[in-house]
Ligand binder design. Structure first.
Ligand code: EPZ
Length: 432
């Protein structure tokens, strides 16, 4: 397994260009199943989860041709309704093919996604909504087996806000008979991006981005060209990296309006920034103040920024209280940050971080995608070397992280499993 080696260094300096959003790319790729036409998706980030979703779509029989940062998908030759365990077990977002398969073929067999490090992550709300739309669903041998002659529009009120649940049902409803109303729908920018793509395919959708989405079913959808929005979580991750190193970084090709709650918290912490429509300028500072945040569905503070925020708060003055309200086990990064010297106490769903606390490099282990990012952020300033193991988590959602950070002056190196040694990487980095 690859490792990342970092040596704590000075302020980051320069420009970093944000890639397309992983969490918009995944539903948009799944949406290509809805049409026999041709879909062109651009600004895709070539991270592991995107490769996995492309493999899954090929498995269903669709033709995919990938170019630089785009793909052309032809849906005419779809010939399977089965999303196999081998693929689904590596990426729970595979559940996003359930709605489109049911809508296109009237049949879907999707391996039940298991839990993951951050929580049980059931998909009961996806299934309940599809049953309300007339699907017959059986769970057996670890698979969801769903059938529906033709889904029927329904009024669905989600008991909890669910991002992929909203996306799955919105996609299913585009080809249903009649009108579907989604109440307590997720409002994330990725939902709006998916809706824009579906509308370009001929779907009739109103209200995406609000808590009530209304979809009027049509008989078929055609192909489209669609450009994926920038990744707001990658954006926030680089804001934290600039902040913790007290650097001067220009974060370009992004949409700050997708990240207002997080940016407001960083402003409250005293981070000097200039916010432009498509970029964020972060400036050097003399120290940050501790800030309290609570993770909430959009437009609240995003749970996907919680781990990176805690890493940054280890260097802020005072006690920061972070309440995690979305997932039941999303503090996997805390024990690893404490091994680097962070002073953090967990109290139920709250993490209390006391700063500023000097961090020292250590061997640490990534447990999930965003926890890995928080360890990288801490490693940027920890004294001497930090080695992060299991960075396959990181590769799922960050395109060329070590290249982008290296260009900003970070001392960071990927050590291929077995080929290099950590020591050699440390020596090379020390001599930069
Ligand atoms: C999406 O996951 C994102 N993934 C996650 O990003 C993100 O953390 C999460 O939304 C919350 O914003 C993608 O978009 C691919 P949910 P999702 O359904 O849709 C409960 C990352 O780091 N729930 O909104 O799976 C669930 O357990 C990833 O990029 C049910 O109880 O999350 C959780 O507590 C991590 N039953 C809450 O709702 C259901 O049927 C929110 O989950 C569905 C969800």
């Amino acid at each position: 397994m690859d490792k990342l080696v970092l040596i704590g260094n000075g302020p980051l300096e320069g420009e970093v260009r944000i890639s397309g959003a992983k969490n918009a790319s995944l539903p948009c790729l799944a949406a290509s199943i809805l049409t026999a036409g041709t879909v062109n998706l651009s600004n895709l980030p070539w991270v592991r989860d995107i490769y996995t979703m492309c493999d899954l779509i090929r498995e269903l029989g669709l033709e995919i041709e990938d170019n630089d940062d785009s793909v052309e998908i032809k849906g005419a030759k779809i010939n399977s309704h089965i999303a196999p365990y081998q693929l689904v077990k590596t990426m729970r977002a595979s559940i996003l093919v359930l709605g489109p398969l049911l809508a296109r073929l009237g049949r879907a067999q999707v391996s039940l996604p298991g839990g993951c490090a951050i929580g049980a992550r059931p998909v009961d709300l996806h299934l309940k909504a599809l049953e309300q739309m007339g699907a017959e669903i059986k769970l057996e041998h670890g698979y969801i087996d769903a059938r529906a002659e033709r889904l029927k529009g329904a009024h669905i009120n989600f008991e909890k806000v669910t991002v992929t649940g909203t996306e799955n049902i919105m996609m299913a409803a585009t080809l249903a008979e009649g009108t579907t109303i989604l109440d307590n729908a997720a409002c994330e920018p990725e939902i709006v991006d998916l809706a824009e793509m579906l509308i370009a395919m001929g779907a009739r959708i109103e209200g995406a981005g609000t808590e009530r989405i209304v979809i009027e079913g049509v008989d078929r959808l055609h192909g489209c060209d669609h450009r994926i929005i920038p990744d707001r979580i990658e954006t926030g991750t680089y804001v934290c990296a600039a902040a913790i190193t007290r650097g001067r970084v220009s974060i370009t090709n992004t949409e700050p309006r997708h990240l207002e709650a997080f940016l407001a918290a960083m402003k409250k912490a005293g981070l000097p920034m200039e916010i432009h429509p498509d970029r964020i300028e972060v400036f050097p500072h003399e120290g940050l103040r501790a800030v309290n945040i609570t993770t909430e569905p959009h437009p609240g503070f995003p749970t996907d920024m919680q781990a990176q925020f805690i890493a940054t708060m280890t260097q802020a003055e005072g006690t920061s209280i972070v309440s995690e309200n979305i997932f039941e086990n999303r503090f996997g990064h805390v024990p690893e940050l404490k091994r680097m010297g962070a002073d953090i106490v967990i109290d139920g769903n709250r993490a209390l971080t006391i700063g500023p606390t000097p961090l020292s490099g250590a061997q640490v282990m990534a447990t999930d995608l965003r926890a890995s990012a928080s360890l990288v952020i801490a490693g940027l300033i920890a004294a001497e070397e930090t080695t992060i193991d299991r960075i396959y988590h990181l590769d799922r959602g960050y395109y060329n992280l070590e290249g982008k950070l290296g260009n900003l002056g970070a001392k960071i190196r990927r050590v291929k499993n077995g080929s290099d040694t950590v020591q050699r990487a440390v020596e090379e980095l020390s001599n930069i």
